[in-house]
Design a protein around this ligand. Structure first.
Ligand code: URA
Length: 439
């Protein structure tokens, strides 16, 4: 078999069989297929799509590219939640500690920023010393001792996704339904959690811009997970404007910590409590999602979730004092510039994709695989869709490395906004929930 023939078959719209998919994924993981052929193959998949059978086989091949964790000796049930990627999406940083503090072990594998979307690992790495390259033994030990662990893909666990993820980010091949489904689900299957909540983002700041596309992605991921014997469901949630107020790695980590203190933005706090409640119910910790939400609220109000976050940070090498003094320990950008509203009215749009692209442009994301990112840069929104603003009010603050970069970001962000003379209803946070196995 030759890689070039498999690329050509997909380029011409053919359906790859299991042997071809396995050959390609194994070859790329073992460095027998070079980056340039893998990039061409990803582009062919993006343009031609895949059948359900191909996507399922791709997921299994990627999950089997390394070791698959069996966590049954650690806990009978391990929970996970995964987002398909958005802007300002720091859900894992707050939801993980809330669920773990409510008594449910959470073990997950996350990713880095992809395209205009932020990545959980990049956000957590803003904390000095925090690291995600855990061995299987370290993953299990932390799950046992702390009840919360977030790892990255390694040479041993989901290595195919580790390589393809970075490659796709730099080759404009992220927004492909089969590639996203296989990337997400291969990590979920390899990391061993048996109860999984998928948060499929929809809107300008998501890879799926329509409800129909997001639903298709959710359904295929749920089908793959259930076929592999996992309990899982999916929610489709809004990404038309950034989630919460902060966009950018350190800024989002700071906002997640504020949320764990009970001082988070209302939309973000509402989403994590809803999702934590749903996950706790799926794990059998509560009779239903409403009772699960009450458990989550208690974990937040008691300070147990904040303490869990500190213990989790310390266990992965980070400085737990970050929860007491985030602004001292997290990197701060030298330039802060307020973007003021050029007119009065009700805010009708704050296009999430433009915020995400601006954060990347400021240095918070990668243009090439090997780029080093600046954790300090980003944007903090002061007004969200539906808010009444007056001309001259600050709409957001840009955190930049230089005045010139702040000026370029200002010009770009002005194109993200729209105003209305009449009141605007903010978008609903949760657009659709797929049926859950037993709720
Ligand atoms: N999250 C992932 O893990 N992979 C993708 O491709 C997109 C979002």
């Amino acid at each position: 078999m030759r890689a070039v023939d498999i690329i050509a078959k997909k380029r011409d719209g053919g359906e790859l069989n299991a042997a071809e998919i396995d050959f390609f994924i194994q070859g790329y993981t073992q460095d027998k297929i070079p980056d340039y052929q893998a990039a061409a193959w990803c582009m062919a998949v993006l343009l031609q799509g895949m059948t359900t059978a191909e996507t399922t086989q791709l997921t299994l091949a990627m999950a089997q590219s390394g070791r698959q964790l069996d966590l049954s000796d650690v806990a009978p049930l391990v929970a996970d939640k995964h987002s398909t990627g958005g802007v300002g999406d720091k859900v894992t940083l707050a939801l993980g500690p809330v669920v773990a503090a409510a008594g449910q072990p959470v073990g997950k594998m996350s990713g880095r920023g992809l395209g205009f979307s932020g990545g959980t690992l990049d956000k957590l790495e803003a904390i000095p010393g925090w690291r995600c390259d855990l061995t299987e033994a370290q993953f299990k030990q932390q799950l046992r001792q702390v009840g919360l662990v977030v790892a990255g893909q390694t040479q041993d666990i989901a290595p195919a996704d580790k390589k393809l993820y970075a490659l796709r980010d730099a080759t404009a091949t992220v927004p492909s339904l089969p590639l996203i489904a296989a990337s997400v689900m291969s990590k979920k299957l390899a990391a061993g959690a048996n109860v999984i909540l998928l948060d499929v983002k929809v809107g300008s700041g998501a890879f799926m811009e329509t409800l129909a596309e997001a639903t298709e992605l959710a359904e295929i991921m749920v089908a793959i997970g259930r076929r592999a014997g996992r309990t899982l469901t999916a929610r489709i949630t809004d990404m038309s404007q950034p989630l919460g107020r902060a966009v950018g790695n350190a800024l989002e980590t700071q906002e997640a910590i504020a949320t764990l203190r009970g001082e988070g933005p209302p939309d973000f706090t509402a989403l994590i409590l809803e999702e934590a409640g749903h996950l706790l119910a799926l794990c059998g910790r509560a009779a239903d999602a409403a009772a699960g939400k009450q458990l989550a609220e208690q974990a937040l109000a008691s300070g147990a979730a904040l303490a869990k976050f500190a213990a989790f940070v310390a266990a992965q090498g980070g400085d737990p004092a970050v929860v007491e003094d985030p602004t001292r320990l997290l990197p701060q950008a030298p330039v802060c510039h307020a973007l003021r509203s050029p007119r009065s009215g009700f805010l009708a749009a704050a296009n999430a994709r433009i915020f995400g692209e601006t954060a990347v442009m400021l240095g918070g994301g990668r243009a090439r695989k090997e780029d080093v990112i600046d954790h300090s840069v980003g944007v903090v929104l002061h007004a969200k869709v539906g808010d009444a603003v007056h001309a001259g009010d600050p709409l957001c603050t840009i955190h930049a490395r230089t005045q010139a970069e702040a000026a370029a970001a200002t010009a770009r962000l002005l194109t993200a906004y729209a105003w209305s003379e009449t009141p605007v209803t903010p978008p609903a946070l949760i657009k659709h929930t797929l049926p859950s196995p037993h709720l």
